[in-house]
Design a protein around this ligand. Structure first.
Ligand code: ADP
Length: 255
């Protein structure tokens, strides 16, 4: 046979294969997109009924009529679980939006201020922990979404509080190095087992699922830290050096 014809046939076969690959990639892309939209819509739709359940439970608990203790207990449980569910729904919605690449606000944010506020809140919620801050003298500014950045810091501090015993030292350190803002949240608690360090930022990953649920987290805290850092052009990592150090790096605002 003519080698030219064979080359032509191989070329045509490769082309067909490439066409198939392209089509299946496009299909996969579309189905991922549908899944993302579904997650966003589902969490959005859940918000209203969950808020209603919570509102009614609160209302029923506030009644001046006598309520049998077991009913009061049941209402208290409904209220507590609906609070937890609304946190979960909010976290899911935020992640779905970040996944969809929704742009965040891009304003100058005083990160020093956010660290001060979040640490003071954490101190109020966990007075038995020893909180410490190491802040630079100059204010540290990044360009971004203040609410999301506050949530990022609050999540790391909540973890340092809930996943370590009372008396644990927690140090929040902020610094700027070569145009990069570095935020460290360090604690001297039990830490993350070495074989689970890779998975720690994954959604719903928990070192001790039973215990973590009992202390009340949504299991999405670190996934949000990771996604918010990435949405700001930064990153989040576990920078262990004997202690637990969660490190977030963000580009500093050029001023
Ligand atoms: P949640 O705290 O709601 O369980 P996260 O995504 O914030 O979810 O954290 C995932 C898991 O990582 C936690 O359940 C816990 O097992 C572990 N973890 C996070 N922060 C710490 C910490 N500072 N010390 C020990 N374990 C931690």
């Amino acid at each position: 046979t003519d080698p030219g014809t064979e080359v032509g046939q191989v070329g045509a076969a490769l082309n067909r294969m490439l066409g198939h690959v392209e089509k299946s990639l496009a299909r996969r892309h579309a189905s991922e997109e549908r899944l993302r939209r579904f997650a966003a819509d589902a969490s959005h739709e859940l918000r209203t009924p969950v808020a209603a359940i919570r509102g009614h439970a609160e209302l029923a608990l506030r009644t001046s009529e006598p309520v049998p203790p077991e009913v009061r207990h049941a209402l208290g449980r409904i209220e507590a679980e609906s609070v937890r569910m609304s946190e979960l729904v909010d976290d899911l919605l935020l992640l779905a939006r970040l996944d969809a690449g929704r742009p965040l606000e891009a304003r100058p944010v005083d990160l020093t201020r956010l660290v001060l506020d979040a640490t003071s809140d954490a101190h109020a919620a966990g007075p038995d922990h020893r909180w410490e801050m190491v802040l630079p003298e100059e204010p540290v500014t990044v360009t971004g979404d203040a609410r999301r950045l506050h949530q990022l810091i609050a999540n790391l501090l909540a973890n340092a509080r809930t996943h370590t015993p009372p008396g644990t030292h927690v140090t929040v350190r902020l610094r700027v190095r070569d145009g990069t803002v570095v935020l460290d949240v360090e604690d001297d608690g039990p830490g993350i087992p070495p074989d689970q360090r890779e998975e720690i930022f994954q959604r719903f990953f928990r070192v001790d699922p039973g215990r973590a649920r009992a202390v009340g987290g949504t299991g999405l805290g670190l996934a949000i830290v990771h996604a918010v850092a990435a949405a700001h052009g930064g990153r989040a990592e576990l920078a262990d050096a004997g202690h637990t150090i969660f490190r977030v790096t963000l580009p500093a605002s050029g001023e």
